[in-house]
Design a protein. Structure first.
Length: 422
């Protein structure tokens, strides 16, 4: 359906541009320039694909707004007495700068001056705000001991700014609400929109890593490891990132495609050309100047891009909603039969599958809520498949809690992930 709409709009655009070009009419040229200015006010050409995407902020405004947000974070860190960058960890910061420089050099924004920021935070996270900073948590630096894995994360974050995801999301949300979209008002829509941006950032970031001389398969290894550690939480909520096992597969597929560009330890000499024409995309260019059809093309391109993006987001939101319903239905018929303490930090739980379907790739989870209301989530993987009516067991290991402490907390088991089949 989307391909037919795209083809129809392209044919209409081409026909109307021909009329403008053939007529040479000053009035039509003036109208076309007006259309182009209108399109420029609400959209920009994507640096990666060349297609029109919604965005009301120019690059200067993006840098000013994005950098102000990071500088506020830096000020908060200093006010709290926390160190940043080399003062926090000289070797870690030198490593961060070294790997970041290689990624940045092959990116679409290599002409801008960027600065990586290392902050004192134990969580596994890094982010950008659309400016020229990239913020990395110390916890992520310690966890990613492989330079190739760190390069994959840095490439992903640079890609978010390159693809204008921060400001694109803001403009798209505003436009969808103004248009009265019922789907955009639903809880899962914004998560689904971000989910699709994350997939795009993974693709761009893995290409950057390969062009910079880092193993492109490193990203998939991160998410395979995170899946073993965190599971998926498919049935708990809408996800603004692909769940870990899906992300591992998606990034592995991208790595396979871009592997021919990978030169171990060195930058691909064709990296600049490959940014515009590669196995993932071929960058489109404007075919006419403003006044000679570019305005009409820009308006139609913007409308088409927004429509396709909106429909894709709705599809992803519906897919996740269906996934949540399936997981919650299965979870209701996975019944706890008993518990047994293994040692002070681990215990075994036995369940019975009372669903009328078999399940494989089962991950069981436990939500633990302390007296302050803080919730932690732990998972345990179950080997093999489980038939209807069969019992199965899994062991939970909690290095930061003891079984005795759990007695004073609220505990809830849940089905974190599974593939049902008959």
């Amino acid at each position: 359906m989307l391909s037919k709409v795209r083809a129809g709009l392209i044919r209409t655009s081409s026909a109307l541009m021909c009329l403008v070009l053939l007529s040479g009419c000053e009035a039509l040229q003036s109208v076309d320039r007006g259309l182009y200015n209108a399109a420029e006010a609400v959209s920009k050409r994507d640096r990666v694909t060349g297609q029109r995407t919604l965005s009301m902020a120019g690059r200067g405004q993006q840098i000013a707004q994005g950098n102000a947000a990071v500088e506020q974070i830096i000020a908060q860190q200093k006010k709290a007495g926390k160190k940043i960058n080399a003062a926090l960890d000289r070797r870690a910061y030198q490593r961060l700068v070294r790997i970041f420089d290689r990624i940045h050099r092959v990116s679409h924004l290599a002409n801008e001056r960027w600065l990586p920021i290392l902050i004192d935070n134990p969580s596994f996270n890094a982010f950008t705000t659309g400016g020229t900073y990239i913020v990395v948590h110390s916890g992520l630096m310690k966890d990613l001991k492989s330079d190739a894995e760190l390069a994959a994360v840095l490439g992903h974050e640079v890609a978010h700014t390159v693809a204008n995801h921060v400001f694109e999301r803001q403009t798209h949300q505003t436009a969808a609400l103004i248009a009265g979209s019922k789907a955009a008002r639903k809880g899962g829509y914004q998560a689904a929109f971000t989910h699709e941006s994350e997939i795009e950032a993974d693709k761009i970031g893995i290409l950057y890593a390969a062009l910079a001389g880092f193993d492109p398969y490193a990203a998939s290894r991160i998410w395979e490891r995170q899946y073993k550690k965190e599971g998926s939480a498919r049935g708990l909520f809408f996800h603004d990132h692909p769940v870990n096992p899906e992300r591992a597969v998606l990034t592995r597929n991208v790595a396979k495609k871009v592997k021919p560009y990978y030169r171990k330890g060195r930058q691909n000499p064709q990296s600049a050309a490959l940014l515009n024409n590669n196995v993932l995309w071929r960058k489109s260019v404007a075919s006419a100047p403003a006044g000679n059809g570019a305005g009409l093309s820009a308006i139609l391109g913007t409308a088409l891009g927004a429509y396709v993006q909106h429909q894709g987001t709705k599809q992803e939101a519906n897919r996740q909603a269906q996934q949540i319903r399936v997981m919650q239905a299965l979870d209701k018929k996975v019944v706890v039969l008993g518990e047994k303490v293994i040692d002070q930090n681990s215990w075994q739980v036995v369940w019975q599958n009372r669903n009328n379907v078999s399940m494989k790739n089962i991950v069981m989870g436990v939500l633990i809520k302390n007296s302050k209301g803080k919730v932690k989530r732990y998972v345990a993987h179950v080997k093999g498949s489980v038939r209807p009516g069969a019992r199965f067991a899994a062991q939970f290991d909690l290095p930061d809690l003891t079984v005795a402490q759990l007695k004073r907390m609220q505990i809830k088991y849940y089905l974190d992930d599974a593939i049902p089949y008959r």
